[in-house]
Design a protein around this ligand. Structure first.
Ligand code: PHE
Length: 343
């Protein structure tokens, strides 16, 4: 029978095969085991084999297929070993090691973690919340009237087709989130990203980072706040750092203040960052407005509190002598790589 003869012929061919390297082995594989191998058509021949020989034919065919596979596996092991050996003997162990790209932490993260550590030491717990907020937590609960200009589309990014969902404009929204679910004593810090519809320049961006602080308990005073912030400033900017509190206005605190730290005007960066005054504006703060406590179901007769919101970018720029805020958001590796030695 013709088909039996073909099997014999291919068996002989396989015996004679002696690939010398992996490339030749690949030719072997394609010929006997590939999708268009020469054994495959023999299976179709089964139809024309007389019934009394079908069994024998099937056995012979399977033997052929197994032989092709077994030989391939054995050769593969041998030739792979051979290739590995010649590669290692070709290796020059005296060559200098390749340069490894080391990852780096973003300056914003470095500064933020440092600030978290500082407040952690005096018992503030991290509270993280959503960046997509509703106007109740971002504005209404925070005592910001319905017609306040901050709510304007010009200042706030609203979600498409929504008048209530927005990108939070400050981390103060976390104050409302926490107070709605917890009764005092509350002592939290909330680090995170915030968004404002601002023109991007060297000094301001439409996204930036803040750390919110909130402390609510019985008998919390303005003096407590001042001492807490002085402690923070001295940990962050050095033990002799001076601060000043300027009266200010925020809808959610009363009284309100802004805190500056003294950097001086010795360098170009401090001159730029402080607009020539020597004072860097670091945070907004104040005593939590009783209306905010009431909005969040906390009894303002029993409890008082203070809150503050620290801007991260300016401190990072001051710390690392960065004079353009945009560098912090471009993710240019040439910029980021410079922080790979900072731990
Ligand atoms: N949310 C204010 C801002 O973004 C900062 C602030 C927080 C002020 C808490 C007072 C109290 O400017």
């Amino acid at each position: 029978m013709e088909a039996f003869k073909t099997i014999e012929k291919i068996l002989g061919e396989i015996d004679a095969e002696a690939p010398q390297d992996l490339a030749q082995l690949e030719t072997y594989r394609i010929r006997y085991l590939g999708t268009k191998n020469i054994i495959k058509p023999l299976f179709a021949e089964m139809r024309s084999v007389p019934n009394d020989q079908k069994k024998a034919y099937g056995l012979a065919l399977n033997k052929l297929k197994t032989k092709a596979e077994d030989k391939f596996q054995i050769l593969k092991g041998q030739l792979q070993d051979q290739a590995d050996q010649s590669a290692s003997s070709a290796r020059d162990l005296s060559l200098p090691a390749g340069i490894q790209n080391k990852g780096s932490r973003h300056p914003i993260s470095i500064v933020m973690d440092r600030m978290i550590d500082i407040f952690d030491k005096i018992g503030f717990v991290v509270a993280e919340e959503r960046e997509i907020e509703d106007d109740w937590h971002n504005f209404t609960a925070m005592n910001t009237p319905a017609d306040h200009p901050a709510r304007d589309m010009q200042d706030t990014f609203y979600l498409k087709n929504s008048t209530t969902e927005l990108l939070r404009t400050h981390t103060s929204s976390v104050q409302a989130r926490v107070m709605m679910t917890q009764q005092p004593p509350i002592r939290i810090i909330a680090p995170g990203r915030v968004y404002r519809n601002e023109t991007i320049s060297a000094r301001s961006h439409c996204q930036f980072h803040q750390i919110e602080g909130l402390y609510v308990d019985e008998h919390v005073s303005f003096a407590d706040m001042k001492q807490t912030l002085l402690y923070f400033a001295r940990e962050m900017y050095g033990p002799k750092t001076n601060i000043r509190l300027r009266p200010s206005y925020f809808p959610f605190t009363e009284p309100s203040a802004e805190m500056d730290v003294w950097l001086g005007t010795d360098t170009e960066t401090t001159k730029k960052l402080t607009k020539g005054t020597g004072w860097l504006e670091v945070l907004g703060c104040g005593m939590v407005d009783p209306n905010v406590l009431t909005n969040c179901n906390i009894d303002p007769e029993k409890y008082t509190g203070f809150a503050f919101g620290i801007g991260i970018e300016r401190s990072a720029m001051q710390k690392y002598g960065i004079s353009d805020i945009r560098l912090l958001f471009e993710n240019d590796v040439r910029f980021l790589r410079q922080f790979s030695t900072v731990i």
